[in-house]
Design a protein around this ligand. Structure first.
Ligand code: GLC
Ligand code: CA
Length: 555
């Protein structure tokens, strides 16, 4: 097998900041850019190389910044362009890089382009969005939006519908219009010229709409699936290749697409010929974990080892030698990883958070750490719909509960397990009121466990989750086998243990992870020679892995 091509973004660890919940510098309860700048030393000490910030552009916040009303302005709650420039130069001064969120499948309905587009069929911006006539007194087709309801919104004034694959405040841009593409590319170059180091591309796999045919309707579903017409189309690949020519090739960037889909889909976006993107986020291990019913993600489905391991092992092998993986379990759209994949009870929280960290940092690919994950932050487990802020929850509540289709208690249980708000509660900095996140009232409540789980305490404790992340990140920087090693799965049928090797330049890294809260019989590590690089237990038991035990050896 040919040797991996070297690249800085393969060697890097990325840290994702959700700015609204990271650090509030002015007491209005909302995190902001100056809050980020004030905590850069914390990130530097953790050792991360790249910071990805979720959207910080002007936005009416129907979807917390994923609805952009001006791509070249900073959201007023987050600060000013001068604050941004200072943040960027402070990041660079510490030898770190900044990746911005590019949300260009759709804009806000308050973006000037849409304000114009909506003015009427003859407006020069009409074709910046996707307008269609209705059919038989209803919407143009049967597509449902990702956030419940129809994907079409009727506009009285012009008697046409516009497409929104997310909320109705997020109209889809019409990438088939060359002017739209040029406007987006120009905006991207404007940010690159400011000195940013890359883009995380929001739902980029949906930009090319191939046709507007009705989609298949899953049993019990209320709407059709737009995927066959909108996901991973030839048009999308054409637009990305054009973006590569017009923007990406002119700078040295990290590019990561949020695409979902299969390994075959991924291989087309991130081929080693560098014609599209550096890497994409796989969704199968996260969003694939539902019951496959009409309710999709709203279910009681857990995360058994077999499902997660077989999926991620398959992604590792499929991309090996051909493309680069991302490795992540949590982000702002997923619940807290320790609550979902590990165990957030007092007994096992720290152990399982470290075990999951070991996985993320030793699989092949660029690891992405979501803010607070390095502390082992947990789900908040709201119990009432009024506690949720996320539009996804409120729309689903209307569609399923208010219509009498799903029992309220069942839905609240699903939300508590999987809601995005679990990951969006404020960062837990210290033991001061509101965990030191704000001196005001936080926009979303702070998790009450902050007295137990916070950055300040963990930085003092050599055995903390934070210190464990720090060590893992340092190991990646010290051992090329962790970055470039070939992935070899081991013990693939073991009911408890996830094990694998990474092989590179005469070195072998062996990893064994007990995915369960029980002692698991396992002799792999007894039989493996070499130096122990890291473990979440001070001592080991011959013939066994202890609950959530993780061991990494180098030989
Ligand atoms: C992506 C974002 C998510 C957002 C959606 C619409 O999935 O990660 O937060 O709601 O796109 O922009
Ligand atoms: Ca603020």
């Amino acid at each position: 097998m040919s040797e991996e091509r070297k690249a800085w973004w393969k060697e890097a660890v990325v840290y994702q900041i959700y700015p609204r919940s990271f650090a509030d510098s002015n007491g209005d309860g909302i995190g902001d850019l100056n809050g980020i700048t004030a905590h850069l030393d914390y990130l530097k000490e953790l050792g991360v190389d790249v910071i990805w910030v979720s959207p910080i552009y002007a936005s009416p916040n129907h979807d917390n910044g994923y609805d952009i009303s001006d791509y070249r302005a900073i959201m007023k709650e987050f600060g000013t362009m001068a604050d941004f420039d200072r943040m960027l130069s402070e990041i660079h001064a510490r030898g770190m890089k900044l990746v911005m969120d590019l949300v260009a499948n759709h804009s806000s309905n308050e973006h000037q382009w849409f304000v114009e587009s909506r003015k009427g069929r003859d407006n020069p911006y009409r074709d910046y969005y996707i307008w269609r006539d209705g059919v038989n007194g209803g919407p143009p087709n049967n597509w449902g939006s990702c956030f419940s309801g129809s994907a079409w919104e009727y506009d009285e004034a012009s008697a046409q519908y516009y497409l929104h694959l997310f909320t109705k405040e997020q109209p889809d841009l019409n990438w088939a219009n060359p002017k739209v593409r040029q406007s987006i590319f120009e905006m991207m170059r404007w940010w690159c010229d400011k000195g940013i180091d890359g883009f995380r591309m929001d739902v980029i796999g949906m930009i090319g709409k191939e046709n507007f045919d009705d989609g298949p309707v899953a049993p019990g579903a209320l709407y059709g699936d737009f995927s066959p017409s909108c996901m991973h189309t030839e048009a999308t690949h054409r637009y990305l290749r054009e973006m590569r020519q017009e923007v990406l090739n002119r700078y040295d960037l990290l590019t990561v697409g949020e695409t979902s889909g299969t390994t075959e889909n991924a291989l087309r976006y991130e081929n080693e010929d560098q014609s599209e993107l550096n890497m994409v986020f796989a969704f199968e291990h996260n969003d694939g974990l539902n019951d496959g019913t009409e309710l999709a993600k709203w279910s009681d489905h857990g995360a058994p080892l077999n499902d997660v391991r077989s999926t991620l092992n398959r992604w590792q092998l499929a991309l090996q030698g051909k493309a680069w993986n991302t490795v992540y379990l949590g982000n702002h759209d997923q619940p807290r990883q320790v609550s979902r994949y590990g165990c957030d009870s007092e007994l096992f929280r720290v152990k399982s958070a470290k075990m999951l960290a070991t996985l993320i940092h030793t699989l092949r690919g660029t690891p992405y750490v979501y803010q607070g994950e390095e502390l082992g932050m947990t789900n908040i487990y709201f119990t009432d719909i009024s506690q949720y802020q996320d539009v996804e929850n409120h729309n689903a509540w209307k569609q399923w509960v208010e219509s009498g289709r799903v029992d309220a208690q069942d839905m609240l249980r699903y939300f508590a397990r999987i809601s995005r708000d679990n990951a969006r509660t404020p960062m837990q900095w210290n033991t001061q009121p509101n965990a030191g996140f704000t001196t005001g009232t936080p926009w979303l409540p702070v998790n009450k466990n902050y007295l137990l789980i916070n950055a300040e305490d963990q930085m003092k404790d050599p055995d903390s989750v934070y210190r464990y992340y720090q060590k893992l990140i340092a190991l990646r920087h010290a051992h090329p086998v962790i970055v470039y090693g070939r992935f070899v799965p081991l013990l693939e049928d073991d009911p408890n243990v996830w094990a694998y090797q990474r092989v590179y330049a005469g070195k072998t890294l062996t990893v064994a992870l007990n995915w369960t809260g029980r002692k698991a019989p396992c002799t792999l590590m007894d039989e493996t020679a070499g130096q122990e690089l890291i473990s979440n237990y001070p001592t080991h038991q011959k013939g066994w892995l202890q609950p959530y035990e993780a061991i990494v050896k180098l030989s």
